[in-house]
Design a protein around this ligand. Sequence first.
Ligand SMILES: [Zn+2]
Length: 422
Amino acid sequence: MEMDLSQVERALTAELYPENFYAVSSPYNDVAIRGKRIRRADHTMWQSILPEEDEDVDMILASLRASTGHGDRYLTSAIYAHQRLRELPRLKKQQERHFHLDLTRLKAIDAVLCKVDATDADLMAFLDEEITAYLTATRPNQLLPTPAQIRKKINTLIQTRDTSVSEEDSDERPTEFLEVSTDGDSSVLAAGMDTATALEIDARVHAHARAHDLTPVAALVALIRGEGTTDVTLNVYRAHDVPDAPAWIDGVGWITADAAEKLEEMTTSIRDMDLVLGKVSKAYHTPEDIRAAVIGLDGGCSYPWCTRPGSCSQMDHRINFADGGETSSTNLSGLCPRHHNIKTDGRARYIIDPETREKIWLFDNGTWMISQPTGPLAPEQRRWVQTIGQRTQKRRNRIREEAQERKSRKVPHDWGDDPPPF
Ligand SMILES: [Zn+2]
């Protein structure tokens, strides 16, 4: 017999048992259910005690110290984080539906957003939309991004926002400096420079370190003293069909279009990743180009939450080579040595969703989780680059139109009978 649900019942079921949800808000897991209750209570408390603009913050802090037992630093950062949420109405709505974000994550969001001009309504609306999309589950039992991942994502969003067309178009050069700060027997040597040069030096130092089995610092010292030379291949991933697309570099993440262009000037060879993605090698060992494609898809180690970069990843044949598994990007995953062992000794297995490149991990104890790919070649990241490209184009057109309109309206001001006193 088919059950006939009323509209209200259907809406209620969808609310209580959503199709897609973060594992922390799972309606099927006791710990998650309790955790969500705690987060909801915490969220409601902070939102209810936010000071009004004219209130004396010191008085409020004193009373909150007494009633929560937390110190001033904890309290002020919590208050800022919850005030910030009010500037992000979409995210707030999402949070008040799922209560997936804890205070640490809300504080992480606020800490990065302190860098931007919150009075820029256009920018805030963009960030609200993008952050909300990033923090919305698109799969059942999805892993919630860590505070560090959230910070990285928001930094990327700020960075990829096209600033070169802002009204106060400036030719500001990156600050260059070279400093040594000494503390007893140990010192810090710091250099500030443009991103492209910094990434190139970093790649050279690490290549030299690997080739001669040195620590990165020993490699840097050796290179500076002229005791060796390096030849590096720095894989820069960049969509060629999107104007001013940001680029992605292993271990760094997304970099701006400007930095990407400078890097491309230094590049001698360009690999078309679309061709490499379909390539199959007959050998067991993964050739460099297929490895670059796998890292471009996975973004680093594919194990849930692992943040080791692609450079540390080993190539795992999901279906063993001996069992007929191909050496191709569809059958290979990047796994750091530690997590490669967990897969090899059979404590965890995974399958790859061929459409999304997500990995569904199945563990020995019967639990499962989905890890998302973070590389620039993964379908969702590709789509994201496309949308960013379209937005930039639109915004650029709008700014140009506004500038032309301003120009056409530029006529001497008519002060009438009341000229200004200068
Ligand atoms: Zn790992």
